[in-house]
Design a protein around this ligand. Structure first.
Ligand SMILES: Cc1cc2nc3c(=O)[nH]c(=O)nc-3n(C[C@H](O)[C@H](O)[C@H](O)COP(=O)(O)OP(=O)(O)OC[C@H]3O[C@@H](n4cnc5c(N)ncnc54)[C@H](O)[C@@H]3O)c2cc1C
Length: 379
């Protein structure tokens, strides 16, 4: 759904071409802003994981006009089956769609999702420069002077920092903000062929290390597992990751057990320690503003970090379109996003703490379900 044209700015630089940066670039360009997009990665890649796309995230993607492509190239489901970790079926969670015509939930491979978003960025003729970042940002009354890492310079009416959890834009322009805080957990993921017969999302509970499986394509899934994070002197190599994940899955049955017994060293495996932070307001300084993990980084417990990034990009453009005063638009964006992002981050971190303390899984489940229900509210 495309709203009014934006009159308060004519040009914008989006720093970071990930999920939040592309959602912002698309939303601004659709409202008539001339957007430049830059990304540090010379090849504009994304790593090979799958990603869970909840109902609210699908709703945001529908607003960007990308729902059909996600439905065609990802996997859509309407329920989650809950198992004891050994594979004993406990119950099915029916997940009704939150709106007419919207699938309930789903998953997609991250590279496929990026490609869908990249294609829309190209259709809107947004120039993309790669292997590039910003080295200096100077707020002026009527714009921002930008120095790029290749020695070039530019001036924009607005600069959007969408450069993720270790944001360079945040470090340059937001001295009242700090780094994300480690939560003490880490997330294991493996992308692998779909277990035969899997027809829904799956959770494996009742173990110190909760796990789950999300379908991402007709023939692909990813399995995730959350464990306490253990500091190591060096990163594990691929053989060590493989052996460690297989061992972590030792007690698991059902499709999690199938994955343990079927996985090979060719399957993509990743371990990442988790960190989160809700940055203090203001989320804008002059004409520089932050979206996505740069300002509201969360853990995967609610599978909503990407959804929050997409929503923030849409809301930023919507609020800028509502007023002729850029600062009024930026403040309205911040106020519309703050409590919703806070809810996601606080709930995710609290569930992680409970898991680390071996808390009652029924309490986890209730916290997650309540928060997911709240996220169904319009954003
Ligand atoms: C283990 C794990 C699992 C997750 N699973 C889910 C899930 O299932 N569902 C979900 O909704 N969310 C999930 N998330 C969260 C989700 O991945 C993020 O919230 C989302 O990607 C944030 O989007 P972003 O655009 O802010 O950052 P990113 O998607 O990380 O994109 C940032 C971009 O900025 C670029 N960049 C970085 N630094 C610079 C710089 N200095 N200059 C220029 N460019 C730069 C990068 O190359 C990248 O392209 C998960 C997160 C983790 C850690």
């Amino acid at each position: 759904m495309i709203g009014e044209t934006i009159s308060s700015i004519a040009t914008a630089l989006v720093v970071g071409g990930g999920i939040g940066g592309m959602a912002t670039a698309i939303s601004l360009a659709e409202r008539g802003v001339r957007v430049d997009l830059i990304d540090l990665d010379p090849e504009w890649r994304v790593y090979g994981a799958g990603i869970t796309i909840t109902g609210p995230t699908l709703r945001a993607y529908r607003q960007l006009g990308l729902l059909e492509a996600i439905k065609q190239q990802g996997a859509i489901t309407s329920r989650t089956r809950v198992f004891r970790y050994d594979g004993t079926h406990i119950l099915d969670l029916e997940e009704p769609a939150i709106e007419e015509g919207l699938p309930a939930t789903g998953g997609i491979m991250r590279p496929v999702l990026h490609h869908i978003m990249q294609r829309r960025v190209a259709e809107l003729a947004v120039p993309v420069r790669l292997g590039l970042t910003v080295t200096a940002l100077e707020n002026r009354d009527d714009g921002v002077d930008v120095q790029f890492s290749d020695g070039t310079a530019g001036r924009y009416d607005l600069v959007v920092g969408a450069d993720s959890i270790a944001s360079r834009v945040r470090a340059l322009a937001f001295p009242h903000m700090g780094p994300a805080q480690p939560t003490g957990q880490g997330c294991w993921r493996i992308s692998i062929a779909k277990p035969p017969g899997l027809d829904a999302g799956e959770f494996f509970l009742g173990h110190a290390n909760p796990a789950g499986i999300t379908a991402c394509a007709p023939d692909k899934v990813y399995l995730w597992m959350l464990t306490p994070h253990v500091e190591r002197e060096r990163h594990m190599d691929e053989d060590e990751l493989f052996a460690a994940l297989q061992e972590l899955l030792r007690d698991f049955g059902g499709n999690a057990g199938w994955i343990r017994d079927t996985m090979t060293r060719d399957d993509w495996i990743n371990y990442r320690p988790l960190a989160a932070v809700l940055q203090p307001r203001d989320w804008f300084a002059g004409r520089i503003v932050l979206v996505g993990d740069a300002v509201h980084a969360t853990t995967p417990h609610l599978a909503s970090g990407a959804g929050m990034a997409v929503e923030s990009g849409i809301v930023l453009a919507e609020e800028l379109a509502r007023t002729a005063d850029v600062h009024e638009g930026l403040r309205a964006y911040q106020e519309r996003r703050y409590n919703r992002c806070r809810d996601v981050i606080e709930t995710s971190v609290a569930v992680g703490r409970l898991q680390l303390a071996n808390g009652d899984p029924n309490v986890h489940a209730a916290m997650l379900q309540d928060a997911l229900h709240r996220l169904n509210d319009p954003f």
